[in-house]
Design a binder for this molecule. Structure first.
Ligand SMILES: Nc1nc2c(c(=O)[nH]1)N[C@H]1C(S)=C(S)[C@@H](COP(=O)(O)O)O[C@H]1N2
Ligand SMILES: [Mo]
Length: 322
């Protein structure tokens, strides 16, 4: 994997006029996101597999114009982010997800928000874009397999959606479910996993400002392989908590079952906070390989977001609640 940002700076000729950009992503304008710079119109996720040189020249720019995360580390390229994926509904082969997911149809789409809420509602995807402020968030994604990337997501906070449906005082957890479409997702024929993919958060984790419902990346609509049209992003937890292609969000008073906890409870707990001090039973979690880098780097507690989230776990033994 190479990282074009290291050697090839974004050049001014890659920047298209604002009106071209907004015609492509008019929801961002509608939702009031200020574009500091604009993305390249021709770089669509389905545009085939250009050569490495082409990719480097055409990597889209972010909405904010930023090229690093807040720690100063470069963003991964659009090419890396969209060709090295975990999405077991398609295949367990990370480089096979992109080609196998191209026939998936993310539209029309709706998300049902139900359970312990005062105002249950089925949202059409378009209304989620229109009604909630879309913003860009550059987050590290740290997979439990010990690789990582820096990804510029666009989306809206889960808190903004939950505030609208008004959880009741009984609600303690949020459960998420991925679409079940075995015809389009051949991996769902595998008997080794309890489909559909499910995930869960404690309500206070779900309400944290970092927790995002992402609808795109690099200013593009969410590519199929990254969880089109809408997926969760919880940057202080291992990547598998960030469930893709969500159709159901349910408020509940019971800790939800999750696909990975059900499949291998001794390896994957409910919390799954990034924690360099607690190893996976089969490998160390002390360091990671940032895609695009040669040597390993230290893994940060809570993936570097401890200031915002460590207080959620005060008094808990995180080697027990792994
Ligand atoms: N529905 C679903 N969501 C999923 C997965 C999956 O297999 N199915 N894989 C998870 C894992 S293990 C990781 S690391 C991230 C990867 O997200 P990315 O492909 O956008 O980088 O998605 C997570 N969300
Ligand atoms: Mo992962």
């Amino acid at each position: 994997m190479s990282n074009p940002f290291k050697s090839v700076p974004i050049r001014s000729y890659e920047i298209t006029p604002k009106d071209v950009y907004f015609s492509r992503r008019d929801f961002i304008k509608a939702a009031g996101v200020v574009a500091g710079s604009v993305a390249l119109a021709s770089c669509a996720p389905n545009a085939g597999e250009p050569s490495e040189a082409t990719v480097a020249a055409e990597n889209p720019v972010t909405i904010s114009g930023k090229t690093t995360d807040e720690l100063g580390d470069p963003l991964n390229s659009f090419q890396d982010i969209t060709n090295y994926n975990n999405y077991y509904e398609f295949t367990t082969d990370k480089e096979g997800v992109a080609p196998l997911s191209q026939g998936f149809t993310p539209k029309p789409w709706s998300v049902e928000v139900s359970g312990m809420v005062k105002k249950p509602k089925i949202y059409a995807f378009e209304d989620l874009l229109k009604n909630f402020t879309q913003e860009e968030r550059i987050y590290r994604l740290r997979c439990v397999e010990a690789w990582s990337m820096v990804i510029p997501w666009t989306g809206f906070t889960l808190a903004s959606l939950l505030n609208e449906v008004e959880p009741t005082s009984d609600a303690k957890y949020v459960r998420f479910e991925t679409v079940m479409r075995p015809e389009e997702m051949k991996g769902q024929g595998s008997p080794f996993y309890p489909w559909p993919y499910q995930e869960g958060l404690r309500l206070d984790e779900a309400m944290n400002d970092l927790t995002l419902l992402a609808t795109g990346l690099y200013g593009e609509d969410m590519p199929n392989q990254n969880g089109a049209p809408i997926r969760l992003v919880v940057p202080w937890k291992y990547g598998f908590k960030s469930i893709k292609s969500i159709v159901k969000i349910e408020l509940t008073d019971k800790q939800p079952e999750t696909l990975w906890n059900t499949t291998a409870p001794n390896e994957y707990g409910f919390y799954s906070n990034v924690n360099p001090a607690v190893d996976h039973p089969r490998w160390s979690q002390a360091s990671e390989r940032r895609i695009g880098e040669l040597s390993r780097r230290a893994t940060l507690p809570f993936n570097g977001y401890g200031d915002q989230v460590a207080s959620l776990y005060e008094g808990m033994d995180l080697s027990v609640h792994y």
